[in-house]
Design a protein around this ligand. Structure first.
Ligand code: PMP
Length: 448
């Protein structure tokens, strides 16, 4: 038995993969990734694939970036990890200083954890306790958007709004009030974008105002609801929601786990509409996609309320030194290469390449914000009638793309593209053209 066959066999024997029906997995020809360079993943058989989703939305500057590799190695020469409970560490201090410098002005303190869900969990618990400290214990309700995704821990699932992922756990969750999501392609208010005057934002603002006496906070993925299907918010929606929160005395938590660190073309998505959240959850790209690290940034006001008491929350690997070093090296690349400025051209090229994809018969809509895109596949392009779930169209497109050397993942029937920033023009073109071919192959049965 070849080594790679043994690994695949042992994977099927011993591992349990996330978000995966293992019975299907056991039947599939699985890919075992061994190495990575730039925007490419290389498997144990030496086959190369373009990493079309930045390794589940985490990688920024490519795999095997020398600067990050070196920073982690150097840190290893000093220490891999020490705790932040009762001790400080050099890279965590330096990183906190950098994050506060980059984030919206309202945010002044950094609480580290190790994944996006925990960053959200921290924000929810802080909001809950904040109102207790302020003598308003009745303000304990959370507001979140329809189609929201904020992670997989119980608190994060409680503020989630994706039926397929979240409904099974309902009996375990705390109640949350859902706010109208601006899913323009399937407008929940039955309106048309050309004439709606962003009525969903007014509806959301109305819900926020009506719940102000009992609401602790509203949590939102600014600009793009990622796992909900790459739902891009119309201009003004975010600012209106932020304004309603401010006017109603409801804390605003910006979940930038997916959209942060340049994905939307700005360092943080909040910048697009100049909003100043009370808290911000960060994860995924914070280390350039190298190591698990997350952070919850909070306002000076929230920090002050807690200053003479303890916040009973902390994880074993909070503020891990290797992860913080990787994050600092990633910021070094942002600065030296002026990455954010360079993204503009790439985003425009991406838009140009996506144009022809929208023309395909079974593409209902292509949604793009920065280097995040979702291609919604539909049974009927005219009416937007979805495919039956049993058809597994998204999954079939992904398998077809894989045969052509591209790794992508679907969200139901939405094909997600999220190229890492290091992709060359040629690689970007290849990524989109393979996606287009794969969609045409599956949805038009080879007719092109
Ligand atoms: N919030 C958002 C907006 C996300 O997209 C995700 C992950 N996709 C999370 C939170 C959870 O992050 P993690 O998977 O690191 O727990």
């Amino acid at each position: 038995m070849r080594n790679d066959e043994r690994t695949a066999g042992d994977d099927k024997k011993y591992l349990w993969h996330p978000y995966t029906c293992m019975a299907d997995w056991e039947e599939e020809d699985i890919i075992v990734i061994e190495r990575g360079r730039g925007a490419r993943l290389i498997d144990t058989l030496g086959r190369e694939y373009l990493d079309g989703v930045s390794s589940l939305w985490v990688n920024l500057h490519g795999h095997g970036r020398r600067e990050i590799d070196d920073a982690v190695s150097e840190q290893l020469g000093r220490i891999a990890h020490s705790t932040l409970l009762g001790l400080a560490s050099v890279p965590s201090v330096e990183l906190a200083r950098r994050l506060v410098g980059l984030a919206p002005d309202s945010l002044e303190r950094v609480f580290f954890s190790d994944n996006g869900s925990t960053a959200v969990e921290v924000a929810l618990k802080l909001a809950f306790q904040y109102w207790q400290i302020r003598g308003r214990p009745e303000k304990r309700l959370f507001l979140s958007l329809d189609n929201a995704y904020h992670g997989d821990t119980i608190g994060a699932v409680s503020v989630g709004g994706i039926e397929e992922f979240h409904s099974i756990f309902k009996p375990l969750l705390f109640p949350a009030v859902s706010v109208t999501s601006p899913y323009c392609y399937r407008c929940p208010l039955g309106l048309r974008r050309s004439s709606c005057a962003t009525a969903c934002a007014e509806k959301a603002a109305g819900i926020i105002a009506s719940r102000s006496d009992e609401a602790a906070a509203l949590i939102i993925e600014p600009k793009v609801q990622g796992a909900g299907g790459m739902i891009v918010q119309p201009e003004g929606y975010l600012a209106r929601v932020a304004e309603a929160c401010r006017d109603s005395g409801v804390l605003l938590i910006a979940d930038e786990v997916a959209v942060g660190f340049g994905r939307t073309g700005r360092m943080f998505a909040c910048e697009h509409e100049g909003i100043q959240p009370d808290m911000m959850a960060l994860g995924k790209g914070i280390t350039g996609g190298y190591l698990p690290l997350a952070a919850t940034l909070v306002s000076g006001g929230i920090y002050e309320a807690f200053r003479d008491r303890k916040f009973y929350h902390g994880h074993s690997f909070t503020g891990n030194q290797l992860a913080c070093s990787a994050a600092l090296a990633s910021f070094g690349i942002f600065e030296r290469e002026d990455v954010i400025a360079g993204l503009k051209g790439k985003i425009d090229r991406f838009r140009g390449l996506l144009g022809p994809v929208a023309e395909l018969e079974h593409v209902g809509e292509v949604r793009q914000c920065g280097l995040m895109a979702g291609i919604e596949l539909v049974a009927d392009g005219e009416t937007g009638r979805p495919y039956r779930p049993g058809e597994k169209i998204g999954h079939r497109v992904v398998l077809e793309a894989r045969r052509r050397g591209l790794i992508v993942r679907p969200l139901g029937d939405v094909i997600v593209l999220m190229p890492p920033y290091c992709m060359t023009d040629g690689e970007l073109e290849q990524t989109v053209s393979i996606t287009r071919e794969a969609i045409a192959m599956v949805t038009e049965k080879g007719r092109r």
